[in-house]
Design a protein around this ligand. Sequence first.
Ligand code: FAD
Length: 280
Amino acid sequence: MAHCVVPAAEEILDREFPVLNKGFVRLVDYLGGDERIVQAARVSYGKGTKSYREDKGLISYLLRNKHTSPFEQVVFTFHVKLPIFVARQWIRHRTARLNEISGRYSVMKDEFYVPAPEDLAAQSADNKQGRAEEPLDARKAQEALEVFTAGQARAYEDYTRLLGDVAREVARINLPLSLYTEWYWQIDLHNLLHFLQLRLDAHAQKEIRLYAEVLFAIAAKVCPLAAEAFEEHTRGAVSFSAKEFAALRAKLGGAADEDLGLSGKELDRFQEKLKSGRQV
Ligand SMILES: Cc1cc2nc3c(=O)[nH]c(=O)nc-3n(C[C@H](O)[C@H](O)[C@H](O)COP(=O)(O)OP(=O)(O)OC[C@H]3O[C@@H](n4cnc5c(N)ncnc54)[C@H](O)[C@@H]3O)c2cc1C
């Protein structure tokens, strides 16, 4: 089968999509698309692409049934510029190949992440890993921003001063997590969807979520049918434990909440899932 060319993907190749104050995602290259998933899945029958409707149905079927290997036939190479604290979360996804700028070889640029005031909030009262929904008041936000920018300026000034006497690989060690780094990141669609499932989720930190949104929008240009199937069967889906499922059946049969067999916290979680339509 010939090389897949996806016109909508060709249009965005090499374009920088901004994320945060100085970051971006750029699609460097792609291999395959919806058509490749279909070709790969049908290889055993020796049949290629059929109608759009049948291809859409097949891709949806594959994802719904976790027949994921055809999705591995689509590959993306991204160039990403991101703060180091986001990179530390991102790098936990081991099923990709990457090459990062070297702070031993190059002088790091004076580029730091500074949150927008509306992204500054107190520690969440109910989520140990997150921030409250309400942003800080203007005065506290201003103070926090001054602390960030003053610390970044001082650290970078020290870094440039040390570069006169100390090797780059050591001079950099006091640079903060807000410093931007860059990498090429190559991943196949199956593993990208796994990354997106985790990092588009409301439990992920907002900053990496914003990158995930851009990655997903780009992936949707390359393989719109797979992206649609992901929205349907993964992103928009909610899973229930066995106990929750029994409660759901009982509720559909007319049982009152106190008779669902769930304890206080279990019931709260169950109701939250039903209300928000997302995993909690
Ligand atoms: C909201 C959130 C909070 C998190 N908080 C923390 C935290 O506090 N501390 C922390 O350390 N991490 C944290 N993580 C990172 C998390 O534990 C995972 O390391 C990360 O999400 C990568 O997931 P993964 O291993 O499934 O992905 P990948 O590394 O991309 O792997 C994909 C899949 O491949 C398989 N796989 C890959 N490598 C191996 C291997 N060596 N052995 C067996 N199977 C493998 C597994 O099935 C895996 O699910 C957090 C992640 C999220 C999304």
